[in-house]
Design a protein around this ligand. Sequence first.
Ligand code: GDP
Ligand code: MG
Ligand code: ZN
Length: 325
Amino acid sequence: MGPRFVDEDQFDEEPSRRKSGKKPVRKKAEILKPEDGNGIVTEIFPNQAAVRADGEARTRLCGYRMSTLVFGAAVRERSPVCAGDRVRVEAGAIVGRCERRNRLIRPAPNARDPVFHVLAANMDCMVVVTSAAEPGFNPGLVDRFLVAASVQGIERILCVNKADLVGPAAERPWSHYVSAGAAVVETSALEGLGVERLLALVRGRTAVFCGQSGAGKTSLLRRLLGDAGYGRTGAVNEKSGKGRHTTSGAVLLAGPEGSSLVDTPGVMNFGLVGVKRSELLGHFPDLAAAAAKCGRGCGHDGEPSCRLTGLPRYASYRSIRGSLA
Ligand SMILES: Nc1nc2c(ncn2[C@@H]2O[C@H](COP(=O)(O)OP(=O)(O)O)[C@@H](O)[C@H]2O)c(=O)[nH]1
Ligand SMILES: [Mg+2]
Ligand SMILES: [Zn+2]
């Protein structure tokens, strides 16, 4: 067990006054062990981050001590921490970031931009939210999200929202996703349908809600947490008293039974950083099973004899494969 907050004000304490007797975190940039963190980043603002201290419900705005957070020039990140990061706060400033189990990277807006945007880190599962209608089911986008999660070792849940808009007899072009390694749940944030099932899947876990803008991520989270539980503006800066910020980034919300649920803005894709073409099939378990029956030397790339021909996710697979370096 890591160091716990011994009193309300531990975030505000000077390092030299820490009661634990442990030596202070060094001033040069180094990745900390999780047990050396004392809070979790819930939201990013320009030059500040909201952090929830271990064992507390409220979040507080903290600045950064950049000298302890910039880890060389190899990978430049737009912000030194992201939602879901475990961090150490001392005297109201983030002085260290803990190692990450995984991270979701937004693709740079242009290919020459070397600055990564890490949207969220340390996730147990990804809820890919899509809609049954308005807008209609978009398998290409769903597959990209599922691959991004699989590559990072994040469990996958496909949530098909707006189920109220389709009748029970309608075609369900998402029913095969169970064989793609995802739990599938149909919901209606509007009518509450399926929300209990979704909650059971994320209970006690850290889950990031991703998907096309308009699919209903925020509506679902409001259903799961209640409007009060959703409140984005919980972070109050004690010095300035300011609590209202607008942001277009991810926000990590405290859910029931220790769960942390992350709402994301209309992210259209995640960068599949470091994924090799040869590894991609492994992230399509349904296709990998069929590919085992192909002749030796089949590249699964449009050959007439390829056993993947006609399978529902083959087109997505080829499209993603083509986009990899
Ligand atoms: N019919 C229907 N509309 C929904 C449902 N969930 C969300 N919406 C509507 O879809 C729109 C986008 O929802 P929002 O939660 O903002 O989507 P987000 O961009 O993914 O966060 C809003 O107008 C919602 O009222 C649903 O289950 N059924
Ligand atoms: Mg939203
Ligand atoms: Zn093949």
